[in-house]
Write a protein that binds this ligand. Structure first.
Ligand code: MG
Ligand code: MG
Length: 270
């Protein structure tokens, strides 16, 4: 399958979906509290997506039950919302997606609750920064593998972290998961050239220990095999017709963060 190329009009719709995802994650960040069940967060996400005119792309995805994924501590991604209660010091990773008029948005954040272990805070900070470095490396005309290289390069410069190998970023558009798969590691200069009209979800997943994972008996939750804590950040971005990127799921389009990395964001969706 070739990589889907979007028109400016289609990217405008993707921005609406992405903004709804970004706003929903902001609401969840403000809402999450110690003592809360993870399914309470799911209800907040579902009602906000509905209020914003979207539908969930996660709910029913290969049988997944939930509007968001909530993954705590050694759970890294794909945790199912349920009766689990959030505790002091937890690392809570929330992955959220939405569809508007057939176009998808997908983003994720990790949040530390209460008395967070400084090493866990650094884990989250490194993961988030690596995501931005990946986006900044994935500009118009770059090889796709430059993204994973930038992510790995930054993560390794910060300490001994495990970068998940079996999971990565992806193309996004009329479906949540499309070509190409985006590795979170690798060498520069390989893979397809990133072009105007492409949209990619960039999502590093790292742990304080091993990169090795297993899936729990619920058939979804991905945990580290050494029980080390994990973090997950994700944004969906696109290359606009002016050749500049725009982060569809960031409230400011990624303008502030990408400027600090020397990348100018497009004005075409503002
Ligand atoms: Mg996601
Ligand atoms: Mg994704």
């Amino acid at each position: 399958m070739p990589i889907q190329i979007k028109t400016l009009e289609q990217l405008k719709t993707m921005r609406r979906a992405g903004l709804l995802v970004g706003q929903t994650l902001d609401l969840l960040r403000d809402s999450v509290k110690i003592g809360m069940r993870t399914d309470a967060l799911d209800i907040i996400a579902a009602s906000n997506i509905k209020r914003g005119g979207g539908t969930s792309n996660f709910n029913g995805y290969h049988g997944f039950r939930g509007t968001i994924c909530v993954s705590i501590n050694d759970e890294i991604v794909h945790g199912i919302p349920g009766s689990k209660v959030i505790e002091d010091g937890d690392v809570v990773s929330i992955d959220c997606g939405a569809i508007i008029d057939g176009w998808h948005g997908d983003a994720a954040i990790s949040i530390g609750l209460g008395k967070v272990d400084p090493a866990d805070q650094k884990l989250m900070d490194v993961c988030e920064e690596s995501m931005w470095r990946g986006i900044a490396a994935g500009t118009n005309g770059s090889n796709l593998s430059n993204i994973g290289h930038a992510i790995e390069d930054y993560v390794k410069s910060q300490g001994k972290y495990g970068i998940l190998q079996e999971y990565g970023g992806h193309g996004i558009g009329t479906e949540m998961h499309m070509e190409p798969h985006v590795l979170n590691f690798g060498k520069r200069g390989f893979g397809p050239i990133i072009e105007v009209g492409m949209a990619l979800a960039i999502e590093p997943m790292i742990t304080r220990g091993t990169h090795k994972t297993k899936i729990l008996d619920d058939e979804w939750t991905v945990v580290s095999t050494d029980k080390s804590h994990g973090a997950h950040f994700e944004h969906s971005y696109a290359i606009l017709p002016d050749g500049k990127p725009f982060v569809l799921t960031a409230i400011d389009g990624g303008r502030e963060k990408l400027a600090s990395l020397g990348v100018e964001v497009s004005d075409l969706l503002s």
